[in-house]
Ligand binder design. Structure first.
Ligand SMILES: C[S@@+](CC[C@H](N)C(=O)[O-])C[C@H]1O[C@@H](n2cnc3c(N)ncnc32)[C@H](O)[C@@H]1O
Length: 213
């Protein structure tokens, strides 16, 4: 049975990670997906330059900033403006990942190429499974193209996808550009959701490099 909007909001507010995010001053329950994945695989480290694609309201930015510390830097990109942060070494920009000059825009804010690109970007959900899956893979493919251009050689990439028939080709595409690829389902990602993440470790050199290194 589909819950009424009120029941859905009540259920969400009682949910463990929603409460935890509120108590720990994180902007989203999604924060814990990145935290759990990084605890296990360590793809973001102290001092790293991290680019977060589809970053609003900013929970992943908060978590990534803790991981990188004051010698690192986190750039968040979203269609929507992101409320400012009190910490230093964070920058956000309003931009569409589909814009033709998005790579140049991002590189202009970075001191050097990124160590990690993370993307939780998600389309507005229509409820039509094939449409949502295709749009999610389109966004993930765009995030991959951007990552290939803005990552250092050996840089890491972590991206949200939805399960479905386009996923196998997407994973093959990621494998062509990275040394190792894993499918990750953090505990904080709802078990009944078709959401999962692809973690790609070690960008192979000279895939699609542009701009400054
Ligand atoms: C699930 S939210 C990200 C939550 C974030 N990780 C956090 O912890 O706060 C997905 C975001 O992707 C953004 N998004 C979707 N399509 C985009 C696009 N084409 N360009 C930039 N951002 C996009 C949406 O605006 C939305 O804010």
């Amino acid at each position: 049975m589909i819950p009424t909007p009120k029941a859905w909001i009540r259920e969400r507010k009682n949910e463990f990670y929603y409460k935890k995010a509120k108590a720990e001053n994180y902007r989203s329950r999604a924060t814990y997906k990145l935290v759990q994945a990084n605890e296990k695989y360590g793809f973001i480290k102290r001092g790293d330059i991290v680019v977060d694609l589809g970053a609003a309201p900013g929970g992943w930015i908060q978590a990534a900033r803790k991981m990188t510390g004051k010698h690192g830097f986190v750039l968040g990109v979203d269609l929507k403006p992101i409320e400012p942060f009190t910490q230093e070494y964070i920058r956000t920009i309003v931009a569409d990942l589909m814009e033709p000059d998005i790579v140049e825009q991002i590189l202009s804010f970075l001191p050097h190429k990124a160590d990690a690109v993370i993307s939780d970007a998600a389309p507005n959900i229509t409820g039509v499974w094939e449409v949502d899956h295709a749009r999610q893979i389109e966004l993930a493919t765009k995030a991959l193209e951007i990552a290939e251009c803005i990552l250092k050689p050996q840089g890491n990439f972590f991206v949200k996808v939805f399960e479905g028939d386009l996923l196998t080709d997407f994973i093959q595409n990621v494998k062509a550009h990275f040394e190792a690829v894993k499918i990750v389902k953090p505990q904080a990602s709802r078990a009944k959701s078709s959401e999962m993440y692809i973690l790609a470790i070690g960008l192979k050199s000279a895939t699609r490099a542009t701009g400054e290194s």
